[in-house]
Design a protein around this ligand. Sequence first.
Ligand SMILES: *Cc1c(COP(=O)(O)O)cnc(C)c1O
Length: 335
Amino acid sequence: MTLQLADILAARRTIAGVAMRTPLVPSPHMSAVCGSEFLLKLETTQPIGAFKLRGALNAVSAVREGAPGVTCCSTGNHGRGIAYAARAKGLKAVICMSALVPQAKVDGIRALGAEVRIVGRSQDDAHAESVRLAQDEGLVEIPPFDDPLVIAGQGTIGLELLEDRPDLEAILVPLSGGGLAAGVALAAKAVKPSLRVIGISMDRGAAMFESVRADTPVEVTETASLADSLGGGIGLENQLTFSMCRALLDDYVLVSEDEIYDAMQTLYYEDRMVAEGASVVGIAAMKAGKLPMIGGPVATILTGRNVDMLTFTDIVAGRDVTLGDVELKGRSYAA
Ligand SMILES: *Cc1c(COP(=O)(O)O)cnc(C)c1O
């Protein structure tokens, strides 16, 4: 099975009007930092506060009438997208998540009327439960990234980016399971082959980076992170995103928890925006000087804003933050 630009164009028609065409805005501060134009794609403005609505809508729209419902595993935002899309279609939704998922994300999903199951301490545990629900109760399982309709939905972001700015030289994509990066890279490179797409992950448990380096999907240890939406493996039986990322991504960059902390402060103080840790890894990588190869207009995708507000306010106030075994020293923002 291979995905094509036509699949992404079809996804765009399917999700139009429910998923927003999001703004692409300049960041004057980050443009000064990197010496060329730096743009932010505001997926934070989607109705569920994250881009995952795109893939979720595209996949749920294909569920047959009369199905008993849908299920998925999620680090939070895919579940929220599925809950939103299922409610719009009058379908029951059961979202399986691990105990590592922040409470704010759990609450957001329940508020959309979906049933939430907290199982185990990893995405693998949550995945086992959604597989079981599909087998035992006939719910339709919608994977969070390794699914052609999900990848095509996320890829619609790539089309919008190049329509708004055909002169883009590079796109910095937050990378976890790779549904977003695979879709965006496929769309964007179909339109502009010279464009560079760089995947950015946190340095603890970067599953796609480790897998591409090993040349086969590998398991990683899942730990707490400010970029909680980037946690989890890519699946040892990965069908699509591993080979797509390997073929389409030009580079991989890893950022530390301290760099993510700093980037969340930077976005808040300089651009007055609220975003979750996973969203700001492109800013973190650029500020840390880890992208010397990039020149010309560059865009990063602010993938979501569903951050725990107590953690967020601690960060903007410069306080210490503890997440599981991660302890981050507070520091006031200085440009
Ligand atoms: C899911 C998610 C990502 C990563 O997407 P993948 O398709 O798993 O690589 C990045 N940021 C946020 C906010 C997410 O919810």
